[in-house]
Design a protein around this ligand. Structure first.
Ligand SMILES: [Zn+2]
Length: 271
């Protein structure tokens, strides 16, 4: 599943190239998770002014309105001067004067949704409940700690929920908790301020490093250049059950939390 770093890497790979392009056509294939909300013809003639990211959504800003794009479980984007005829899993094309943006999504949990503006109901429904951006200056320690104190769920699940801080997916939650030396099963409400400080920094470090490395190589993800990233190669605990901890040598443990795999070092990470 594409996580925040993959989405950010994808954004960077085409944002500058598509900006300024005028939409000549839009093609919708099989139904995605949510409908586009306007006829594809209604997009023709509008200009792409930029591409931003909010959580795992890409916001393709138009001179009138915005397209909210989510990659779902298996989506990937490619951007090229021209694209071959759409294949079985190519479900959205945005043809612009700068090139063609194509969404390939075999499982079709992704979506492209038009909203007249970011404050419009269609956008608020998708973006309104997202937590703070972890890589932005808005990710404030006091607010982060205060919100953790109000949650009794295990910290790993609070991170994954996305309403405290957005975009910390399964791999990155395990990795950040390792760096902060916090046991994933610890109730969020029991995390002290010094540990919240460590966790905030760890979340930022893990995500920033992953963006730098070009996203992780999970399954069918490839960015808009079709290149796979490298992050997973140096994971500290993720997917390393039974292998020695890279810090202390203790065997890495795997458990299930909310039907997701969690990995941690029982020696380095304290409850
Ligand atoms: Zn260890």
């Amino acid at each position: 599943m594409p996580e925040l770093p993959e989405v950010e890497v994808t954004r960077r790979s085409f944002a500058d190239r598509i900006a300024g392009g005028r939409i000549e056509a839009a093609r919708v294939g099989k139904p995605l998770r949510w409908p586009l909300g306007v006829t594809p013809q209604a997009l023709v003639g509008r200009t792409v002014t930029g591409v931003r990211r909010r959580g795992k959504y890409l916001l393709i800003d138009l001179d009138q309105g915005v397209l909210l794009l989510h990659l779902g479980m298996s989506g990937s984007l490619s951007f090229a001067a021209a694209q071959p005829a759409p294949g079985t899993h190519d479900h959205f094309d945005l043809v612009t004067t700068r090139g063609v943006l194509r969404l390939n999504d075999p499982r079709r949990f992704g979506a492209v949704v038009f909203a007249p503006g970011e404050g419009a109901a269609q956008a608020v429904k998708l973006l309104g409940r997202l937590g703070v951006e972890p890589l932005s200056d808005d990710f404030d320690l006091d607010a982060f700690h205060e919100r953790l104190r109000r949650r009794k769920a295990p910290i790993k699940q609070v991170l994954l929920a996305g309403d405290v801080v957005v975009g910390v997916g399964n791999i990155y939650a395990s990795e950040a908790l390792f760096l902060a030396r916090i046991r994933p099963t610890l109730r969020a409400s029991r995390i002290s301020r010094p540990r919240a400080r460590l966790l905030r920094q760890a979340v930022r470090d893990v995500l920033a490093r992953a963006v730098e490395r070009g996203g992780s190589t999970l399954r069918d993800f490839s960015n808009a250049h079709g290149e796979a990233g490298l992050f997973q190669l140096d994971a500290m605990v993720y997917d390393r059950a039974g292998q020695p901890c890279r810090v202390c040598g203790t065997a890495v443990k795997a458990i299930r939390q909310g039907q997701r795999a969690t990995y941690y070092c029982p020696s380095c990470q304290k409850p």
